[in-house]
Design a protein around this ligand. Structure first.
Ligand code: PXL
Length: 281
């Protein structure tokens, strides 16, 4: 049966991230996507000034409640950028209302990158995210978010396997059985993700070429590809490799084109190859 995911992120009209990335990627994977927009912005907040910001905090629970009343079944709930601190507790309530026994809850604790918290969030935001991560089956922090969630100091790479594996363990101790950590690298040539399953205490790595620069929206491209692969039946490490390859290909095309890094990455032209890897033709 076709799977159904509820994606709960903001919609930034320009700049390819959150819902404008999750919808096309998950749909291309042959999975149905329902959306709860957490906020509507003219652009994302990474490098643009003067963006509009319509907070939708009060709409989230009524949307979830309407879906619950319809008896809809979701194979996965996928949350990302939340529009306000208040939305963290609301998201926990959304999970309560929409989660069935077989629903996978994936939380991307979007709040920081490159050693810094996004300026739109208050200082106590990581405390709230930590509580939300406890309700997830899988979390997918980057290295900055991992440091904030575990209350450890942010460190720049290259990292060591011991450092990454200790971080993964601490993150899973927050509650989620599985953790995929992004922005992992042991040398200057390769970069990727580490996938950890606390059942079996196993860490696996998914690397690709390391490309210079910081491209906006790549965390959402990665997360959307990862949940798509998991929903199509791939294991966590295999899904992480598919998502890393898709993200790196998208970055490479964008770098070759010389596009402004704020404009998002060209993931669109990688969709046919992504679908082929998922076994869709
Ligand atoms: O990609 C993460 C993200 C999503 N949504 C908005 C953002 C960001 C990161 O800056 O600003 C609105």
């Amino acid at each position: 049966m076709q799977k159904r995911i509820a994606a709960i992120h903001d919609i930034s009209g320009f700049g390819k991230c959150s819902l404008t990335v999750a919808l096309p990627i998950i749909s291309a994977a042959g999975i149905e996507v329902s959306v709860i927009p957490t906020a509507v912005l003219s652009t994302h907040t990474g490098g643009f000034t003067g963006f509009t910001y319509r907070d939708l905090t009060r709409d989230i629970l009524p949307i979830a409640e309407h879906w619950r009343s319809l008896g809809l079944h979701f194979d996965a709930l996928y949350s990302g950028f939340l529009g306000s601190f208040e939305q963290i507790d609301i998201m926990a309530e959304v999970f309560e209302r929409l989660r069935a026994d077989d629903t996978l809850v994936l939380v991307d604790p979007v709040m920081a990158d490159n050693g810094e918290m996004y300026k739109v969030f208050p200082k106590n935001f990581p405390d709230g995210m930590r509580k939300l991560c406890a309700k997830a089956d899988i979390i997918i922090p980057n290295m900055t978010e991992a440091a904030l969630l575990t209350r450890t100091a942010y460190r720049e790479g290259p990292y060591t396997p011991a450092y990454i594996e200790d971080m993964l363990k601490r993150l899973s101790e927050l509650g989620p059985r599985r953790v995929v950590l992004t922005g992992v690298y042991f040398d200057e040539k390769r970069l990727g993700a580490a996938a950890f399953d606390s059942v079996g205490n196993k860490t696996e790595y998914a690397f690709s070429r390391r490309i210079e620069g910081s491209y906006h929206g790549t965390g959402d491209v990665f997360g959307s590809a990862l949940i798509s692969a998991v929903m199509r039946g791939f294991g966590l490490a295999e899904s992480a490799q598919i998502a890393v390859d898709f993200t790196v290909g998208s970055i490479e095309r964008t770098r070759c084109a010389g596009t402004d890094v704020r404009f998002g990455v060209n993931f669109e032209e990688g969709l046919p190859e992504f679908c082929a890897k998922l076994g869709l033709r």
